[in-house]
Design a protein around this ligand. Structure first.
Ligand code: C2O
Ligand code: CU
Length: 464
């Protein structure tokens, strides 16, 4: 987990007096497209005194520019690739047309260096989403190719000053404070818990301070953009309630919260907080809480109107009695049980595993095969019964759909079968999810610990 010594060892005085980092606004081209350029960038990751980091960013900014829309809007983005390798953008959590899903090699050809691609889609749900590179994601997302995408309700529930996007990333930095490029692709990370960093940023800044007004209600939209780190949080510590998971509002925001609350890679957590005194966001996996963002509370007008909560999005309810059930056994990785693994139609020998880096599998198959893992008709209810037969936790993501978590072995809290697009599963756990496969096309199901996906925890299914 985060080693405090290294976390604190790198930077000098940090945080407390910095102002809230502003997120970049997008720039519209004359034709209504938002131009977003993916390219190399030199950035100070920790503070102004540390060495430059050679990152890859969208529009030279970390995180990339915030894309903001209203439910039902059409979003048009022109991706301009100034990188030295092909790329594409995936719109994480958005239930959009398959050809706009941005998966290089499955839903589109990767965009070559010097070339462009136009994304053009309608957003069906209001909520907190994000976008990120989806070609060699373990490399491109680690280097910084991601940004927030927020879809407002028809009548936004919180005004701009009370609606804060908080993009969290953990970076692996060297002793001079620069981004560690050399360790990208390290097979030790691939076979263990993925690439974990040793420095957390919030909206690209180190331990920033945000100012809030006392007694006024705020929506905090937390996005975990880390390659592999699960954040241990506890909103109870500052009296917050959960509004939404992965962009999908809860029916009951007053429900008591279990703690610690885990925020896995790619997951989002929307909180509502009415602050009375200063507080911090803390990561709790270490032996002491690690504060990574500060909230300074100043006198304000106080809440005058009752807080309005976002309403659930129009998601199709799974029909469990008619569901097609698919079992998925997750295997491989360090300390995992040995199982025969097939990659591109061939059974892998130990030597092949080292050479290809394919060390994880679903039902004995590593990575994308020519044939889909399963196929269903459009409109059918799918239940995935996923068993984690590995020694690590994973963050499993379904493309193009949101699902209900209908069963979780060992869970003691009935958390109301929330909608999600990414679920965590612990070692030896069985988790069942259900969704209506209403979106035709080829969709990925993969671990969002991006090293695990690259190393085999990646498959696809066909709808329609
Ligand atoms: Cu957030 Cu396959 O992606
Ligand atoms: Cu994983």
């Amino acid at each position: 987990m985060i080693t405090r010594r290294r976390l604190l060892g790198v930077a000098g005085a940090s945080g407390m007096l910095a102002t809230a980092p502003a997120l970049f606004d997008v720039a519209f081209a004359a034709d209504g497209y938002i131009n977003i350029t993916a390219g190399p960038s030199k950035t100070k990751l920790i503070n102004a005194d540390t060495a430059d980091s050679a990152l890859w960013l969208y529009d030279n900014s970390t995180p990339g520019p915030e894309i903001r829309a209203t439910i039902g809007d059409r979003i048009k983005v022109r991706l301009i690739n100034n990188l030295e390798e092909p790329t594409s953008i995936h719109w994480h959590g958005l239930r959009i047309a398959n050809e706009m899903d941005g998966v290089s090699g499955l839903t589109q050809e990767p965009v070559m260096p010097g070339e462009q691609f136009e994304y053009n889609f309608v957003v069906p749900d209001a909520g907190t989403f994000w976008y990120h590179a989806h070609n060699k994601s373990w490399n491109q997302v680690a280097r910084g190719l991601y940004g927030p995408l927020i879809v407002d309700e028809q009548k936004p529930t919180f005004d701009k000053d009370h609606d804060l996007t908080i993009v969290i990333d953990d970076w692996r930095v060297k002793n001079d404070g620069s981004f560690d490029i050399e360790s990208l692709g390290n097979l030790m990370d691939w076979s263990h818990g993925g690439r974990l960093g040793n420095w957390l940023t919030v909206n690209g800044e180190s331990r920033p301070t945000l100012e809030l007004k006392r007694g006024e209600a705020y929506r905090l939209r937390l996005i975990n953009a880390a390659n592999a780190r699960i954040l241990d949080l506890d909103p109870n510590r500052f009296g917050a309630k959960v509004l939404a998971y992965d962009g999908q509002p809860l029916e009951d925001v007053t429900a008591p919260l279990y703690a610690p609350m885990l925020l896995g890679p790619a997951q989002r957590l929307d909180l509502v907080v009415i602050p009375e005194e200063n507080f911090a966001l803390e990561e709790l996996s270490g032996d002491r809480p690690f504060e990574f963002a500060y909230f300074q509370v100043k006198d304000g007008a106080g809440t005058t109107e009752p807080v309005r909560y976002p309403r659930p999005n129009p998601l199709p309810e799974p029909e469990l009695d008619k569901a097609k059930v698919f079992e998925i056994d997750m295997t491989g990785g360090a300390m995992g049980r040995f199982t025969e693994t097939v990659y591109k139609g061939q059974v892998l020998s130990n030597e092949d595993m080292r050479r290809t880096g394919q060390i994880w599998a679903f039902n004995g198959v590593a990575n994308l095969a020519d044939d889909p893992f399963f196929s269903v008709q459009q409109g059918e209810t799918v239940v995935l019964a996923v068993k984690n037969d590995t020694a690590f936790a994973h963050a499993m993501h379904v493309h193009g759909h949101h699902f209900r978590v209908i069963e979780r072995s060992g869970a003691t809290v009935d958390d109301d079968k929330p909608w999600r697009d990414t679920f965590l599963i612990g070692p030896d756990q069985v988790v069942k999810i259900a969704f209506v496969a209403d979106n035709p096309g080829k969709w990925l199901f993969h671990c969002h610990m991006l090293e695990h996906a690259a190393a085999g925890m990646n498959t696809w299914f066909q709808v329609g």
